[in-house]
Structures are given as structure tokens and as C-alpha cells.
Design a binder for this molecule. Structure first.
Ligand code: SF4
Length: 230
């Protein structure tokens, strides 16, 4: 009976991984270690962080990172923001989106009536690439299982992919953000909305209107799934 339960859990996990676009199975503990059945997201997220440990899975651990930037926010969030990788300020503080772009993200969150504490914020890559270069494919392959586990654990209703890199990585596409934004995708059970990265908005403020349109969609999706208060 226990074997049957284990097999059923494994089948469910593989089905979920396939829906999330996982192309293969790795022997890395990033994929193997799981929170015990019934663990809440509040309990399970620290376990994922423990599995990450003082990570040396890709070369970014040798390229000047000060610390791993895991993610912050509400473990039971309905809304999750996923960016590319930590920048200099994030690397210093160990918190994603705390620089100027982070302050703009906070305003974007508040514009739909939420606070940073109510959402969860993470990056695809947990260590700062030198000179803020784009992450290499081998770095993405090594680190991505952890953000997928964060999504599976938090189980948000809506994910906002911030910028080209996050949207392309999550959607397994090479399409530019200009072609992806304005549309609603799915990622597992969640709606996925790609939008411009706040750092890009600092350089191109005329695109803020587009982001506001995307965030109205996010708000509508969250409200559509919310229980009727009456
Ligand atoms: Fe590990 Fe991710 Fe940092 Fe690479 S980027 S060393 S996989 S935590």
C-alpha cells in the first residue's frame, strides 16, 4: 500500500514537472529532496533554502557573489513576481528587488492595492552574475529547479514574469518580451503574465502604461479567483 502511495506521488510529481516544462529528470538533490507530505509552504520554503545550502552547482559561486538571494514574501501568496537575477544591491542585502528597480516594483505592487508583504518575490537565478551580465544556459539549468520548487510550494494563482529573461526561461521560448507581453499564459496551475522589468522602465518610462495594463489584468485574475465576500 505504501509502495502504491509512493508510486502515485511520483506519478503526480512527474505530471506536474511535465506541465511546468521540465524536459528531463536530474539526480541533483535540488530535484530529489522534498518537504514531507502535508508540510505548509511556510515550513517547506526553508527546506528548499536548506537544500540550496552554500550552493556551488554553477560557476556563479566563484564569480564574486556575496550571498545567495533566495526570495522574500508571503509563503501563501496568490501573486508571485519572478525576475532574472540579483543585482549589486540585492547581492549586498540578500533580498530581491531592493535597488531603484525594486522601489519601482514596490510601487507597481501597491498600484493594484497590495503590499510587498502580501506577495512573494524571487529570481530565476539566485546569485549575482558579474557586471549584471545575462545568465548563461548552464547557470539557468543548475538554478532553475529551485524557483520551480518555490512556485510549486507557494502555489500562486498568478505569476508575473519580469523582463525578457524571466519570461523566456519560464515559457521556454526565444520570443522577445515585446511579443510576449499583453498575453496571459499558464505555468502549472497558475496564470503567467509577462511584463517589462522595472529596470527597463527606469530607462524607458513611456512603457509604464503597458505595465499598468498588464497589472490591471493581474488584478482582474486575482479578483476573479477570489471567494465571493457576499
Ligand atoms: Fe547555485 Fe543558483 Fe547560485 Fe548557481 S546561481 S551557485 S545554481 S544558487
Amino acid at each position: 500500500m505504501a509502495d502504491q502511495d509512493t508510486r502515485a506521488q511520483l506519478a503526480e510529481h512527474l505530471r506536474m514537472a511535465k506541465e511546468l516544462g521540465v524536459a528531463g529528470v536530474s539526480r541533483d538533490p535540488a530535484w530529489r529532496t522534498r518537504a514531507p507530505a502535508g508540510a505548509s509552504a511556510r515550513e517547506a520554503l526553508p527546506m528548499i533554502r536548506d537544500d540550496l545550502g552554500d550552493c556551488t552547482r554553477c560557476k556563479l559561486h566563484t564569480l564574486g557573489r556575496k550571498q545567495i538571494v533566495f526570495g522574500v514574501g508571503n509563503p501563501a501568496a496568490d501573486l508571485m513576481f519572478i525576475g532574472e537575477a540579483p543585482g549589486a544591491e540585492e547581492d549586498l542585502q540578500g533580498i530581491p528587488f531592493v535597488g531603484r528597480a525594486g522601489q519601482l516594483l514596490t510601487k507597481i505592487i501597491e498600484a493594484i492595492g497590495l503590499t510587498r508583504d502580501q506577495v512573494y518575490i524571487a529570481n530565476i537565478i539566485k546569485c549575482r552574475p558579474p557586471e549584471n551580465r545575462n545568465p548563461d544556459p548552464d547557470e539557468v539549468a543548475a538554478c532553475e529547479p529551485f524557483v520551480v520548487r518555490q512556485v510549486q510550494t507557494i502555489h500562486p494563482k498568478v505569476i508575473v514574469a519580469l523582463g525578457t529573461f524571466a519570461a523566456q526561461a519560464l515559457l521556454r521560448t526565444k520570443d522577445p518580451i515585446s511579443r510576449l507581453r499583453g498575453r496571459v499564459f499558464t505555468f502549472g496551475d497558475a496564470h503567467l503574465i509577462p511584463t517589462f522589468h522595472p529596470a527597463y522602465l527606469l530607462r524607458s518610462p513611456e512603457r509604464k502604461r503597458d505595465v499598468w495594463e498588464d497589472m490591471k489584468k493581474v488584478r482582474d485574475l486575482l479578483q476573479a479567483d477570489a471567494p465571493d465576500p457576499s
